[in-house]
Design a protein around this ligand. Structure first.
Ligand code: NAI
Length: 286
């Protein structure tokens, strides 16, 4: 029987979430997406108009099928959490059932259960500010969107996850080494995400033998990364300094997610897996 995956954090065909969806689809999984509410209209109309058809192509020539796209805003757990100004915002008013709890309920109603949960989203409104210039509000917003969102997703999807399932998130080495420019509390958010990966692995493992891992990915010129502003420099730095002097393809992260979600990784949980051309292993630049 094929597996079913819910991938939160896909709004175009450039990021890691899209690549993970493709690798899982190529491995035979059914694909459900969670798309940030303000990005939903453009994403869905682009899908419909065939704008992504070229990048939907899988190795066997077929196109990745997306069974359903759910609107999602992972900073809200249920309707009571949503402030009035967001409710009234016209980018949100057109969609419904997009809090984490509601999305999980909708997926349950539509499909019953899932096997694979992927968290490929992050947001830090003050990411371009150094930590010492970050406001409390900005710091907490980074943690809310980039770390707690994962706890919330797992909490709400766990009841509909099949035994022996897998949950995966994306992290970045700025959690453990100094990366100037990755500010606004985003480095803190990734540190929290990695620590939570271990605790969640214990809890989800004991409950349902679900494995929880995070992929520490190298730099990719995604929409989110371009918003940070220093991504081209990080890609150049990696090319110059990493053991493997090649471009890092999103597909390599996608394939790792497919491996981690498969029976081949049945003994791996609570781990941070690096997919970064080996850059994390370097002690000095060369
Ligand atoms: P991306 O732009 O493709 O993905 C980020 C997604 O998060 C977007 O689709 C955005 O709409 C969504 N999002 C933001 N706030 C949200 C919210 N409140 N609710 C629901 N969705 C929300 O960019 P990318 O870079 O592929 O990011 C995916 C993950 O990979 C993130 O966790 C990021 O930190 C991580 N990562 C990225 C690296 C890079 O160099 N691009 C390196 C290492 C990790």
């Amino acid at each position: 029987k094929g597996k079913r995956a819910f991938i939160a954090g896909v709004a175009d065909d450039n990021g890691y979430g899209w690549a993970i969806a493709k690798s899982l689809a190529a491995a035979g999984a059914e694909i459900l997406l969670g798309t940030w509410v303000p990005a939903l209209n453009i994403f869905e109309s682009s899908l419909r108009r065939g704008k992504f058809d070229e990048s939907r192509k899988l190795k066997d020539g077929s196109l990745m099928e997306i069974a359903k796209v759910y609107p999602l805003d992972a900073v809200y757990d249920n309707p009571e959490d949503v402030p009035e100004d967001v409710k009234a915002n016209k980018r949100y008013a057109g969609a419904s059932n997009w809090t984490v709890q509601e999305v999980a309920e909708c997926v349950k109603k539509d499909f019953g259960n899932i096997d694979i949960l992927v968290h490929s989203l992050a947001n830090g409104p003050e990411v371009s500010k150094p930590l010492t210039e970050t406001s409390r509000k900005g710091y907490l917003a980074a943690l809310s969107a980039s770390s707690y969102s994962y706890i919330s997703l797992l909490k709400h999807f766990l009841p509909i996850m099949n035994r022996d399932g897998s949950a995966i998130s994306l992290t970045y080495i700025a959690s453990e080494r100094i990366i100037p420019g990755y500010g606004g509390g985003m480095s803190s958010a990734k540190a929290a995400l990695e620590s939570d990966t271990r605790v969640l692995a214990f809890e989800a493992g004991r409950k349902k033998r679900i494995r929880v891992n995070t992929i520490s990915a190298g730099p990719l010129g995604s929409r989110a990364a371009k918003a940070i502003g220093f991504i081209d420099m990080m890609i150049d730095y990696s090319f110059t300094n990493a053991p493997l002097q090649k471009e890092l393809h999103a597909e390599e992260v996608g394939n790792t997610a497919a491996f981690l979600s498969s029976h081949l990784a049945s003994g791996i949980t609570g781990s941070v897996i690096y997919v970064d051309n080996g850059l994390n292993a370097m002690g000095v630049g060369v």
